[in-house]
Structure formats: C-alpha cells, structure tokens
Design a binder for this molecule. Sequence first.
Ligand code: AMP
Ligand code: MG
Length: 414
Amino acid sequence: MPAAVAAAARPPMKPLDEALADLLALATPLAGTDTVDTFDADGRVLAVAAVSPLQVPPHDNSAMDGYAVRRADVAAPGAQLPVSQRIAAGSAGLPLAAGTAARIFTGAPVPPGADAIVMQEDCQALEGDRVQVHAVPAAHQWIRRAGEDIALGAEVLAAGTRLTPAALGLAASIGLARLTVARRPRVALFSTGDELVMPGEVDPARMPPGAIYNSNRFFLRGLLRRLGCAVTDLGIVPDRREATLEALRGASLEHDLILTSGGVSVGEEDHVKPAVEALGRLDLWQIAMKPGKPFAHGRIGAAHFMGLPGNPVSSFMTFALLVRPFLLRLQGMQAVAPQSVAATADFDWPRADRRREFLRVRRNAAGGLDLFPHQGSGVLTSVAWGDGVVDTPAGQTIARGDTVRFIPWAELQS
Ligand code: AMP
Ligand code: MG
C-alpha cells in the first residue's frame, strides 16, 4: 500500500536515452539539398561526399628551401656541384642534369632526376654558381610525395559530415568551389509566458511587478543558428488559448519544427499542450533528467513540435540533449549523441537524485573539474560560467577524486 501511494505520487519517468532514441526514430532526413559556395558552408552538413578529382600534392615538391640533388652525386660530405637551375614555388624545373644541383624553394616541384633535397642550412653557396653540400642526404629526404595527402579518387569528406573550417580548407584543396549540403531545417521559435518582457523594450528600472526578461529566446535562437537552421522568431506568445492556437497553426504550414519554451506543463496557465492537441497530436514526457523533466513532442500537419520547459537551464539542457541531435539527424548526420570524456571531480556531490543529473562544471588548472555552487534549474549563470557538464547517472553520488563523465560545451552548443 505505501509503495502504491508512492508510485502514484511519482509517475514513472522516461529515461533520457529512450527519449532520444524515440525522437531520432522520427527524424526522417529532410528532402532536398542546397548547393552553396564553399566559403559559406561552415556548420552545414554535407549531402554528397567530397571525392578528390586530383592527387594532393599534385606533384613531388620540396619541403624545404635548399638544393635538389641526385644522391649518387653526394656520396660524401663536402661534395661540390654546379647549380644548374633555380626553381621557385609556382614554376616547374627542367630535368636535373647529372652532376649538378638545383636551387629549390619550399613548395616548388622537384625536378625529374632529383631524389633528395638538402636543406640550405646544410649547404654553402660558393663563387661561380656552385654549392658545397655538407651532409649526405637520405633517399627522398625533404620531398613531399605526390598524392601523399590525398590520392586521386579518394573520398575526403563523407556524406553526413558536419563541415568545419578545417573541412572547408580540405574541400578547397581539391578544387571544390561549391558543396552540396542538406537544406536548412526551417524552425519556428516562440516563447510563452505573460511574465516575459524583452530587453531593450522594458528598462530594468521600470520592470512591472512579476516581470522577468526573456532569456530563453536568446540562447535558443543562437543554438538554432549554430545548427544551420533558418529561424522564424515569433517572439512571445501570450498565455491565451486563442493566441497559442493561432501561432501554432501559422507556424505549422511552412516549418519543419515548431519549438516553444514554457507553458508545457499541465497547469491552468499552460496552454501549449491543449493547443497542440487541438491541432495535431502531442506526447508529454517526464524525462528522468535534471535539470529538465517536462518535454513535449508532437506533430501539427507535417511539422514536428517540441515544447521545452520554461526554466532557463532546463530549457537549455533539453535543447542540447534532445533537440540538437534531432536537428543534426534531420540534416543527415549519423553520430549525433554528445560524447563524454573521463575527468576527475574536484568536488563532492553527496546528494544522489533519482534522475540522471547534468552538473555544470569548469575545468581547473590542475586538470580537474570544479562545480558551480548553484545548480538550480533557473540559474543561467551556471551555464555561462563553465566549460560543460558532468553526466551523473541516477542514484549516484560523487566524492572528490572520483572519475566522472564530462561533456564539454562544444558537444552541446556548437
Ligand atoms: P513554465 O514552464 O511556463 O511554467 O515556466 C517555468 C519557469 O521558467 C517560470 O519561472 C518562468 O517564468 C520561467 N520562464 C519561462 N519562459 C522563460 C523565458 N523565455 N525566459 C526566462 N524564463 C522563463
Ligand atoms: Mg509559463
């Protein structure tokens, strides 16, 4: 009997991994691609593999300023050779005559016949265009071989790769001026809550009683942009059924996802749930994560709907752990779950929670992790202060010195 009472008071929660798996199962990759200038492709997800139409480097070239020689001509230190040609980067030399050296510069093609480069520090230029070579070179010394970086026909970037500045440089190095990427997910964003006011619209000295600034709108918009989304920001929608219905109905027509924060619980002032149910369908999950917990997923027509909790840190973390992977999968990425690394806790966390907990921490100079002192779900300072979160299993405490799983912000907000 007491057990049954306890169970009724505490409805079963959904494990985070299960919630993520359920969402990803619904994330059918978007149809359609964009062809974009390589300069503008940072952060986009490649839809078609980048295959090299040439080898890189395109020819054997010198890795040093120095002299190209035939090794047979430098059998012993001190050999003297006439300098028969000069080859700078961007020009092609002639075949190297036996018994001669070529002055050569970094990046210049190695002339046919040469089989080593001697760096200029190991040589001495002599009168009458001659050079004395003080070191006997090893075979192919300081020669970057044609194709040693990329072979002709090699796939340098797989479809589904999220492009980074390094990847753009790599694509450019094989001559690709344009790239075919997944189209941008179109996301409609709105905040609910009659207490919300906008910075810039209401002066801090003139805040009405009970008002707070809308912070979620700022980080959600930034997070969405970083994920390559085209964001329609619908601002603050009042806590009224009609207004909520209208916003949802309009947004559902031309967006892949409608994302809201706040109003997703089941209180009288929470209009999002009944409004989505009136227009489509909705599942409200209690997720076993802290901060976090209430999270809604539904459909209105072809659009996905996701409702985040209003508390800023809960909103941030449910976005990072559920919405972010979903949006990346829509764009065709496979490995979307954040990766943690082992790290040492320089703090105690003596109170175990029945939910999986994400503690905001900062790396210290000793290589350990310090805990932000206030872990409340409304304390946005904790997110901006540190370097990431410790992923703590449900029911687990932490003692100073323990090895914990650390997820850097780069895995969650990039
Ligand atoms: P709700 O989920 O609507 O019950 O909101 C939970 C808490 O989060 C309340 O204290 C709200 O005032 C706060 N909250 C909701 N939306 C925002 C927002 N956009 N920015 C800052 N705080 C918010
Ligand atoms: Mg509210």
